[in-house]
Design a protein around this ligand. Structure first.
Ligand code: SAH
Length: 383
């Protein structure tokens, strides 16, 4: 496949995506094929996975020829596993394969104890020989009780792939209990209702627990992962979320660990406004909202949202209190997020000390040439 000079210079800078507008001539490659990438003069730049429908037409997989992609995939699965074996500790749940960051673009595999949950996001990864090689390698390497697929119907539509159901591909087990940092969690893959923790926060949960004390408030608690981690160190923990199903699982998780935690179903913005107006105080506050900036366009609104949350949280902190504040918006940079927190502290008349600037856990490595692989910010501040 012939690419433009602009794409050549992107490749030279290390990026691994080529957009459709930079593909000059298409051969009659099949959707999901492995193709050779060249410039107009026939210079060879490597091999890529082709998508006939995505805006990202080519995802580079090698600077050389790839005669047998399923074999290469097997090798990369082994490498991804070896890396986790060495560096991921205190957990039987982690991300085993993180797409581009593990040189397997379009593939995500998470491990929850004895169940593997996989997501296929591109035509190339959906090809039958690729699926077969993947399942066989994962089974051999990890011997899971089950391998389940989580289908994103919207992505399959965008990739022009036939619809599929979520569910087990190998084995029948659909629920299990996993343990991270000594805390136990329910996991259930049925009905696409994925439960579990946000694996990218795993190391941040443990870090938050080191600073936590006194009365704690976990805002946007989902199934309670931060709250559960704080419970050992704190006198009293309250989790807040607007999703009742998430809180029901949070409660089951608390029971599983024999912790007493109060769960409140509420809109976090309203609750923080009411609580701070009522003069409530806490020693530890965690803020882990959903991504407010879905695109660069709504950055300003997103920053206002972060500012408001952080301002209210800081106002409620007792002297010596801890704020753990997160943003998973890729479009909000660490610098912008820090600026928001600094402004919030100023408005709250608090002098804060930044003690940790954290990101994603090590099982979610970042490819500096693909900035999209870095999205999570987690700051720990002392008030
Ligand atoms: N801290 C969690 C992950 C949070 S994900 C963990 O580590 O597991 C974001 C959560 O915010 C979701 O559970 C979602 O239900 C909740 N949410 C989204 N908007 C909200 C709002 N306005 N008020 C309260 N919760 C909200």
């Amino acid at each position: 496949m012939i690419i433009s000079l602009r794409a050549v210079s992107r490749l030279k800078s290390g990026h691994v995506w080529i957009y459709r507008s930079d593909v000059l001539s298409s051969t009659d490659a099949a959707p999901g094929a492995v193709v050779a990438v060249t410039d107009e003069r026939g210079r060879f730049f490597g091999s890529a996975l082709y998508s006939s429908s995505s805006q990202i037409a080519l995802r580079m997989i090698s600077s050389g020829a790839v005669p047998d992609f399923p074999a290469l995939l097997r090798e990369r699965v082994r490498n991804a596993r070896a890396y986790r074996e060495k560096l991921v500790h205190d957990t039987d749940a982690h991300r085993l394969i993180f797409s581009e960051a593990d040189f397997l673009p379009g593939l995500i595999v998470d491990r929850y104890n004895d169940i593997l949950s996989l997501q296929i996001l591109t035509q190339a990864m959906d090809a039958e020989p690729v699926r077969t090689a993947l399942l066989s390698e994962l089974s051999e390497q990890l011997k899971p009780a089950a391998i389940c697929e989580r289908v994103d119907a919207h992505i399959r539509e965008l990739e022009q792939l036939p619809p599929r159901e979520s569910g087990p591909l190998i084995g029948e087990k659909t629920s299990t209990i996993f343990t991270m940092n000594g805390i136990r969690f329910h996991f259930d893959v049925r009905e696409g209702q994925k439960t579990g923790a946000f694996l990218d926060q795993r190391e941040n949960y443990a870090a938050a627990a080191e600073y936590a004390h006194g009365e704690a408030l976990d805002v946007f608690c989902y199934q309670g992962a931060f709250a559960l981690h704080l419970a050992k160190a704190c006198e009293r923990v309250t989790g807040v979320d607007s999703s009742r199903p998430a809180l029901e699982i949070a409660d089951k998780n608390a029971l599983l660990n024999q912790f007493e935690i109060d769960w409140i179903e509420a809109n976090a913005f309203d609750l923080l406004k009411d609580y701070s107006a009522a003069g409530r105080q806490y020693d530890t506050v965690v803020l882990d909202p959903p991504a407010f900036a879905k695109s660069r366009k709504n950055l300003a609104t997103a920053l206002r949202g972060y500012k408001e949350l952080n301002l209210r949280a800081l106002k409620m902190l007792r002297p010596g209190g801890v704020l753990v504040t997160c943003s998973c918006s890729y479009h909000v940079s660490e610098g912008e997020f820090l600026e928001v927190v600094k402004d919030a502290a100023q408005d709250a008349h608090k002098t804060v000390r930044l003690v940790e600037k954290r990101g994603q856990a090590k099982d979610h490595p970042v490819l500096p040439v693909v900035p999209e692989t870095a999205y999570l910010k987690c700051l720990i501040l002392l008030a």
